[in-house]
Design a binder for this molecule. Sequence first.
Ligand code: AMP
Length: 192
Amino acid sequence: MKLLIMGAPGAGKGTQATALAERYGVPAISTGDIFRFNIRNQTPLGVKVKEMIDAGEYVPDDMTEAIVGDRLAEPDCEPGFLLDGFPRTMHQVFFLDRYLAERGKKLDAVVSLHVEPEVLVERLLARAEEQGRADDNADTIRRRMEVYAGQTAPLLFHYESKGLLVDLEGTGTVDEVRQRMFDQLDEHIAQR
Ligand code: AMP
């Protein structure tokens, strides 16, 4: 299974990505987690990206694509993978399309989690209390929402036109959303 999961900040991507990856026995690859790991360990990459991420801006495409290209080349991605938080720009979409095409591979589905903006902000502020992520504060949250709406939401049209989109209502408990996601994905795969 080769899957993507997309959604605005706070939509529950990370949580559902873990469940999805476990279900299919594929690695869940979160570019956000990779960046946070590098920031925590003060690697050269971490030092470069910290300010951008703390401000709610995207990391440049070339840097993000290099990381994903390297990660997808690892042997555990051979049977499949789930990308969480990549692609986020049209440039990254073309990178991934080309990367897979060159290797004779194709995506199976793109799961998109939809949650109303007010609920997103509530969830992110709650997460700020629990996890203390530097980019979960009111100003940065607003900026991340804008960047998502401007740069990432339009990518859904690309995947819809390719017949890959599984559009999911992301409101409800974690268990409810997970079950809904599995059901819709099964339906999508059965219809191919
Ligand atoms: P996430 O954990 O997916 O919410 O990502 C946290 C932050 O990492 C984002 O707000 C961006 O600053 C950065 N980031 C993660 N993935 C990407 C990507 N595909 N392209 C550019 N920046 C990214």
